[in-house]
Ligand binder design. Structure first.
Ligand SMILES: C[S@@+](CC[C@H](N)C(=O)[O-])C[C@H]1O[C@@H](n2cnc3c(N)ncnc32)[C@H](O)[C@@H]1O
Length: 311
């Protein structure tokens, strides 16, 4: 099959919302070329894995690439993507150059293009994320390893918004907890919650591609007895009280269901939110306080913020 590669030159802060737009438009395998990756200091243990070629990265800004099947709707899909990206300006998201180019690639190139950027990464005190196609020997005996094949869903596990959520889960999950993961993507947060001792995790996503990917990764990590994945809009039709709700989703979406989260949580339960770009931080914090939460911790990485809120 022939694929079209759409390449968007943008900013760090726009990577996440643009990736979401691309996924929603049916794109497969988003690749992020961020020169920051070249500067990051890396543990020796990962040194040999991280041989990044500077020629693959822009000098400034970030390039987001995605792959769309070439069919009769391609023109409209691309127009829709451009419009949705331009709409991000309404939310004060800096789009940088916002240069968009399109080229054709064949199936083979597409299937491997994004994989070359994705390697084992230690993302928190306890967790290392390992792509299914890499072999990895644990460094510490108590290291928790999540094997992932995100396929076409969001969630390689290494995005700052995901890392912040996993760090927050490490601090809050108690043995025996009942948890809901809203917008599970590849299922990475549900898998982490299960490995941290949760008794039951319900992982929901609106996107059927994500649901399929999460189910696959849940099995891959042998937590299918604990994690149930289903297609659902946010917290619709949930009534049983839970101990913790985690959501790595855009700020605008969090503000659509924070009252539902407050209602559903047991007293003392945690609401972990991530996917919040710095300039939305105050708006989300105020909304959480208004819904009756107290903010226990605010975690920050690059331009992203995550809240550990408590009912
Ligand atoms: C930023 S990704 C997070 C993926 C994963 N949880 C992670 O942390 O890497 C956000 C996910 O939310 C899903 N999503 C967006 N709107 C949703 C909604 N209304 N209900 C459920 N899921 C939604 C998207 O399909 C996407 O998979």
């Amino acid at each position: 099959m022939k694929w079209s590669e759409i390449s968007i030159h943008t900013t760090q802060e726009a990577v996440e919302p643009i990736s979401n737009i691309l996924h929603e438009a049916g794109a497969s395998g988003v690749v992020i070329e961020d020169p920051y990756e070249l500067e990051k200091e890396r543990d020796n243990i990962f040194g040999e894995i991280y041989e990044l070629n500077p020629n693959d990265y822009p000098k400034e800004g970030v390039i987001v690439k995605a792959y769309l099947p070439i069919n009769s709707f391609l023109g409209e899909t691309i127009e829709g993507i451009k419009e949705a990206i331009n709409n991000l300006l309404i939310y004060d998201i800096d789009l940088g150059r916002n240069e968009i180019s399109i080229s054709e690639v064949n199936e083979e190139e597409w299937a491997t293009a994004w994989k070359k950027y994705y390697h084992p990464v230690k993302i928190s005190e306890k967790f290392t994320i390992v792509p299914t196609w890499e072999s990895y020997e644990p460094v510490h005996t108590d290291e928790l390893i999540i094997e992932l094949d995100p396929g076409m869903a969001f969630g390689t596990g290494t995005h700052p918004t995901t890392v912040l959520c996993i760090q927050a889960l490490e601090r809050t999950v108690q043995k025996g907890d009942q948890i809901i993961d809203v917008g599970t993507g590849s299922g990475v947060l549900s898998i982490a919650a299960a490995m941290l001792g949760a008794k039951k995790v319900i992982a929901v996503d609106l996107d059927p591609v994500a649901v399929e990917s999460a189910r696959l990764n849940v099995k891959l990590n042998k937590v299918q007895e604990i994690v149930e994945v289903k297609q659902n809009n946010l917290l619709d039709d949930f009534h049983e009280p839970v101990d913790l709700i985690v959501a790595n989703i855009l700020a605008e979406v969090i503000l659509r269901f924070h009252y539902d989260a407050a209602k559903l949580l047991k007293n003392g339960g945690y609401f972990i939110t991530s996917g919040i770009i710095q300039n939305k931080k105050n708006e989300v914090r105020d909304a959480l306080l208004e819904a009756g939460f107290t903010i226990e911790e605010t975690l920050v990485m690059e331009d992203w913020v995550s809240f550990i809120a408590r009912k």
